[in-house]
Design a protein around this ligand. Structure first.
Ligand code: F6P
Length: 596
């Protein structure tokens, strides 16, 4: 080869090298500027890595352990955590509301109802994944006819994967424990909705007795002395202590699904010390937000002889340690039932036809239990404000409120129901016509599939709670919108507003502000809707319910390991215990396993 030939070859290789380098730099730059670019089909691992990194940063920022963040959360992840970290552990869930209710039908058959409950939507996929046992009050009219002789029934129907163990309550028990102490006492105490809590001695007695009944059932269902018991909500504040007394080696994780008030408000409860003592029987007490966790710690600090280790988020009380953490609850991702639903366009057509929404009117939906904490009346006021401030919007918007009747025998709930109906009627009379009704109010239970169909048909979803632990309607709406369209109006007083920052965040007490947010939502272009919805979908996908449960289970595993080591170490601390290398290595192991 001549000198020129060699030079030519060198030039060719140099330019190839430069081009490759330039391509590499462009790809790196693009990935840096488009962190979700890897969300293209086929690059699942990158998605997981990016999600994990993001969660990792968040965890580190909160001073939390990092390993919970290093995984992509799915049912398999949960099963793996259980198998690796908590081998042979039996998972027992306890809640008041059961995941499946069997009711008698008029023709003598049995129908199955999935209740309107955020708790149920979150816990159901978890219990399925863990193949655990769920203990709950059997309130359906046909519940007793479908159980076996041990009051158990395998669920979900058609694909049984866990055991539902039903607990029966007398009318007096139900009245005192559920309607009385839980829902007339604790519910208004914990929510800032300006409904006065009512405390009756007889309700408290029923509450205590029913908590004991559930403790007996937990002990009866436990296959050994070391189950993991997931106690749900304000119906069972006394249960953790009762379980601890009978199964000292159980891990009891209590999750409080509603807000926890500040200590001043909490102090009005006549049995405040008993409630705190009961909850401090838990290994872990979880809340949706750090703010509610702090309120709880502050209440313990004020009323109990305890030592608070703020840096470790731990409370020492009566010789036992309880961790107090926030674990924001979520929903399954992907949502299983979406697979069976029609596409968005068909959902729109079906819903608009069913509720006679005139063409040219945008559809706003509200979906929840008929509860005074949800801000339903405040939505009506905001709609009226919208019509007053922007009369051109009359005829261009319909508000469909679906409200599942709940706790309907209580005066506060009856009154709310009547006020909602009256308000809807007044708005329809004032602003409606033969062909246009601005408000459609349906006070009926809807199946989950029907609710998801509504979400998919909506232009706007209104979640305007006066106070809410999390609010899963907000997350369900986001999960339902695979078309990346639709606007979420979200109350700043719902825990979900800490995560879904791209929603239009509103103060439900400010009707003028809410009406302007409604206008903004009604006139928002598809590009902005897509940007906001895409970001919110990433958040709900990454922070799904498997992460919620997985983080708690990982913390439980750490506690169990530490407890096991403490027991072994205690052996070595006895007089005449072995000395030398063994003791040193045991001590080192104990240090290494320390949590938080
Ligand atoms: O999420 C709060 C909560 O009270 C759950 O505990 C409960 O399942 C849900 O709302 C519905 O309430 P209820 O079970 O009283 O109908």
């Amino acid at each position: 080869m001549t000198q020129y030939g060699v030079l030519l070859l060198v030039l060719i290789f140099a330019s190839l090298g430069l081009s490759a380098f330039a391509i590499f730099i462009s790809i790196s730059r693009y990935r840096r500027n488009h962190p979700r670019a890897s969300a293209l089909p086929g690059s699942g691992e990158d998605v997981a890595t990016e999600a994990a990194r993001k969660v990792l940063r968040e965890f580190e920022k909160n001073g939390q352990s990092v390993d919970a963040a290093l995984v992509t959360w799915s049912p398999d992840t949960l099963r793996k955590i259980l198998a690796d970290e908590l081998p042979d552990a039996q998972v027992i869930v306890v809640s008041n509301r059961e995941p499946y209710i069997h009711n008698e039908t008029k023709d003598g058959g049995v129908e199955l109802v999935v209740p309107a409950s955020g708790l149920v939507s979150a816990l159901e996929p978890i219990t399925r994944a863990c193949a655990g046992t769920w203990i709950a009050y059997g309130g359906g009219s046909a519940d007793q006819t479908v159980v076996d002789r041990n009051d158990r029934v395998q669920v979900p129907p058609g694909h049984p994967s866990y055991t539902l163990r039903r607990v029966w309550l007398s009318d007096e028990e139900y009245q005192g424990y559920y309607l009385g102490f839980a829902n007339e006492g604790l519910w208004p105490l914990c929510h800032i909705a300006f409904t006065r809590p009512i405390f009756r001695e007889s309700d408290w007695e029923a509450y205590e007795a029913v908590n004991r009944k559930f403790a007996d059932t937990v002990v009866a269902e436990a296959r050994n002395e070391r189950p993991i018991v997931l106690v749900q909500d304000y119906h069972f504040a006394l249960l953790p202590r009762m379980i601890r007394e009978r199964l000292p080696e159980a891990i009891v994780i209590t999750f409080w699904h509603i807000p926890w008030p500040n200590s001043e408000v909490f102090s009005i409860c006549p049995w405040r010390e008993r409630i705190l003592d009961g909850l401090l029987g838990s290994s872990i007490v979880g809340f949706h937000t750090q703010y509610h966790a702090n309120n709880f710690t502050e209440s313990v600090d004020r009323f109990m002889e305890s030592r608070i280790e703020r840096a470790d988020a731990a409370i020492s009380y009566g010789g036992q340690v309880t961790l107090v953490h926030s674990y924001p609850i979520s929903i399954e991702w992907p949502v299983e039932l979406l697979k069976a639903l029609p596409n968005i366009e068909e959902c729109r057509v079906r819903v608009r036809k069913r509720f006679r929404i005139p063409a040219g009117a945008k559809l706003c939906v509200g979906v929840e239990r008929l509860d005074y904490t949800k801000g339903i009346l405040d939505r009506f006021h905001a709609l009226e404000e919208l019509f007053i401030r922007h009369p051109e919007m009359v005829g261009k918007v319909v508000f469909l409120q679906v409200a599942a009747p709940s706790r309907g025998t209580l005066p506060a709930y009856k009154q709310l129901h009547e006020e909602c109906l009256r308000c809807a009627e007044e708005l329809n009379q004032r602003y409606g016509s033969d062909s246009y009704q601005p408000v459609v109010m349906v006070a009926e239970h809807h199946s989950q599939a029907a609710v998801y169909e509504l979400y998919r048909a909506a232009d706007i979803c209104l979640v305007t709670s006066l106070h809410d632990g999390m609010n899963l309607v907000a997350k369900e709406f986001v999960a339902s919108r695979d078309d990346e369209q639709g606007v979420l109006l979200l109350s700043t007083f719902a825990g979900a507003s800490r995560e879904l920052l791209e929603a239009l965040i509103v103060n439900p007490y400010d009707a003028a502000m809410m009406s302007e947010a409604m206008l903004q939502a009604l006139t928002m272009g598809p590009d902005e809707q897509r940007e906001r919805m895409r970001r919110m979908r990433e958040i709900v996908r990454d922070n799904n319910v498997y992460r919620w449960a997985g983080s708690m289970l990982l913390d439980a595993a750490r506690l169990r390991k530490r407890g096991d080591l403490d027991r072994v170490t205690a052996l070595y601390e006895r007089p005449n215990a072995p000395t030398g290398d063994n003791v040193v290595s045991m001590f080192e192991r104990k240090q290494a396993v320390g949590f938080r």
